[in-house]
Design a protein around this ligand. Structure first.
Ligand code: MG
Length: 309
């Protein structure tokens, strides 16, 4: 296996996870979870989104969360934005790193952002034209499969990446938003994109809708993409598959990578404590770690299981 020595995990639970919650999460709890996660050692946290509060009610207090979290000097705090308005709001609030989202297919883009993919590309240009001191990444949603149009052909993804690179974007996310990608497809798309633009820093945003997220991560690591979005307690979801799993649980991925000898830089005990508290706050989780405990407890002969093959 071609594996890296180190993987960079970007924690997105308080953004991608909380935005899916129907119940209002009190601001103080959002701040508390952000603080617990900040202590775990993440280099990157996408902790809020600047979106319309009617579209995503749980992000309505983004400013208050931002002003009150305790910042770890070793963590970069970024926000998700859908358009220029979000970009300007983030900038006005002192954020200097944002991710704009757009979809690989027009159907998903229209459903999610009320405009075509081409129009979203225009929005990226509009943001860049402001000339602000802001690092802008672009995440391509449903890159491996769309609930309306199925698998987008590679040429479609390539066209979006060509356009973004032409504008000067050097940080591009490949999101399996519906969690329908498979390891072979993910590996092949990633290899071809890396070959086309080795100067781009790609990252992967897996969802675990069909239980394939960790397999897809291992596949994409072998293609040389080593920045992965994950979500504490496996929060998140897929609005087109009610009851679906969320993002891959950060603690599950940390455990499997560390078991493989790949460094994540994350304090697993602090992370499990944060995941437990997150589960208490939102009332659910989707995490093998929270169900089954730590991987090394089993290796070191912790509990004795009656294993029936
Ligand atoms: Mg997501």
């Amino acid at each position: 296996m071609q594996l890296p020595q180190r993987v960079l995990l970007k924690e997105v639970g308080t953004r991608d996870g909380f935005q899916m919650e129907k119940q209002w999460i009190p601001t103080k709890h959002k701040i508390e979870i952000c603080n617990l996660l900040s202590d775990c050692g993440f280099q990157e946290m996408q902790f809020i989104a600047f979106v319309h509060p009617k579209a995503v009610p749980n992000m309505a207090d983004a400013e208050e969360v931002l002003q009150n979290i305790r910042r770890n000097p070793h963590t970069n705090y970024s926000a998700l934005i859908p358009n220029r308005k979000g970009f300007e709001r983030a900038y006005a609030n002192g954020i200097r790193q944002v991710e704009m989202t757009m979809s690989a297919t027009d159907s998903h883009n229209i459903s999610n952002l009320n405009c075509t993919t081409q129009q979203s590309l225009k929005r990226v240009e509009e943001c860049l034209a402001l000339g602000l001191d802001m690092k802008l990444a672009v995440g391509i949603a449903v890159a491996f499969g769309c609930p309306f149009e199925g698998r987008p052909p590679f040429e479609r993804i390539k066209w979006i990446v060509d356009s973004l690179v032409g504008m000067g974007i050097r940080e591009i996310g490949l999101a399996d938003t519906s969690g329908v990608g498979d390891p072979r497809q993910v590996y092949e798309y990633a290899c071809r994109l890396r070959e086309a633009y080795p100067e781009v820093h790609y990252y992967f945003h897996p969802h675990n809708t069909h239980g394939t997220a960790i397999a897809n991560v291992i596949a994409i690591l072998q293609a040389g993409i080593t920045t992965i979005d994950t979500s504490v307690a496996g929060l998140g979801g897929c609005p087109y598959a009610p009851g679906a799993s969320g993002n891959v649980a950060t603690e599950d991925l940390v455990q499997v990578l560390e078991a493989m000898g790949i460094d994540t830089g994350i304090d697993i005990d602090k992370l499990i404590a944060a995941a437990n508290r997150t589960e208490e706050v939102v009332g659910h989780s989707d995490s093998a770690t929270l169900r089954a405990g730590k991987l090394d407890q089993i290796v070191e002969g912790g509990p004795h299981y009656q294993c029936n093959l």
